[in-house]
Design a protein around this ligand. Structure first.
Ligand code: NAD
Length: 313
């Protein structure tokens, strides 16, 4: 496993991170025992950073993760959770709610602190409120020792760069924005670096698009993107390779990203992902896949408030 600094936090994280959304059965119902073994397998294989949220499975992911981490040395992993998003359309970035939310998360996770607390999907809220109310409330929790660092997450990059330019944040996480289907997160890396923000990349498999099984029904990608991804997956299968292997390796390579979060509640997938992240891909097959996906490259979808999907500073 390769490790990189998490920006200026002083923490060092594995290039492949464990995304715990699967533990909340967001993709399909899971077997909790297999979910717990997945977390333990990831840690055993050198993964040392975990991302979760109260939103995933309406708190179920945090609860299962808390069970999985019981008895594990708290200093051996970097734990990140989130505040502000609690349902598909349930957002509350007020100081009172996020302050209570951290205590609820700590109880579910069975710990007295998280290493990183993130505002979840800020594009659905008022960026003024995030800057003026939410982040200051989280920093106050830092003074109490409940959180060590603060960050922001979301899909549209303008929301993340605008907030990063206005106020100090330690990390910014975006998803589906650097994969075989999209390069935007790497293009924005200099802006984040200038603001002193560590970049965390998420969803290297584009939330299931870049898998043999394909995406869940709720996936927001437009139909042409789904079709191109399915064609690329078939092309890889015909060549005897799982497209997830190419996708994983592709996503973890840029040194500009501290880590890349991938999610699974299947221990075999975890072991494969760790191996695939470290193994070079077949360059010819990669070029063929790139050609299939090229017409849909960087196709995006709107997320949150329209004004938070445009602009930048
Ligand atoms: P992902 O790209 O990791 O895809 C997950 C899907 O791929 C699941 O269906 C999983 O079963 C499947 N999968 C995983 N490994 C596989 C393998 N080896 N073979 C075949 N299928 C495999 O997308 P994700 O789960 O959305 O993102 C990963 C993590 O990133 C999340 O758990 C979360 O921690 C973080 N994330 C954060 C945000 C946010 O903060 N707004 C948004 C998205 C993701």
């Amino acid at each position: 496993m390769e490790y990189r600094p998490l920006g200026a936090t002083g923490l060092t994280v594995s290039v492949l991170g464990y995304g715990a959304s699967s533990l909340g059965s967001v993709f399909h119902p899971i077997d909790e025992e297999a979910g717990i073994r997945s977390v333990r397998t990831a840690l055993d294989l050198g993964v040392n950073v975990i991302d979760v949220s109260p939103y995933y499975g309406s708190t179920a992911a945090e609860t299962v993760l808390g069970r999985a981490l019981r008895g594990v040395d708290r200093d051996s992993y970097v734990l990140a959770t989130k505040v502000g998003r609690y349902g598909e359309a349930d957002f509350d970035f007020s100081a009172a709610r996020v302050t209570a939310s951290v205590d609820e998360s700590l109880a579910r996770l069975g710990t007295d602190h998280v290493d990183l607390i993130q505002c979840h999907d800020i594009e659905f809220g008022s960026l003024d409120q995030i800057v003026e109310e939410t982040l200051p409330a989280l920093r106050r929790l830092g003074e109490q020792g409940k959180v060590r660092h603060v960050g922001i997450t979301g899909y549209p990059l303008p929301a993340l760069t605008r907030v990063s330019a206005r106020t100090p944040v330690d990390t910014a996480l975006s998803y589906c924005r650097y994969s075989l289907l999209d390069r935007a997160l790497l293009a924005e890396a200099p802006r984040f670096a200038e603001a002193g923000v560590a970049i965390m990349n998420a969803s290297p498999l584009a939330m299931g698009l870049l898998t043999r099984k394909g995406p869940p029904s709720w996936h927001p990608a437009p139909q042409p993107v789904r079709e191109a991804a399915a064609a690329a997956a078939r092309h890889c299968t015909d060549a005897g390779v799982d497209i997830a292997q190419l996708a994983l390796r592709f996503a973890v390579q840029p040194q500009a990203f501290a880590t890349t979060f991938v999610s699974s509640a299947n221990p075999d997938n975890i072991a494969r992902n760790v191996r695939w992240a470290a193994e070079p891909s077949d360059p010819q097959l990669l070029a063929e896949v790139e050609r299939i996906l090229a017409p849909l490259r960087d196709a995006t979808w709107p997320s949150g408030r329209p004004e938070n999907n445009v602009g930048g500073e």
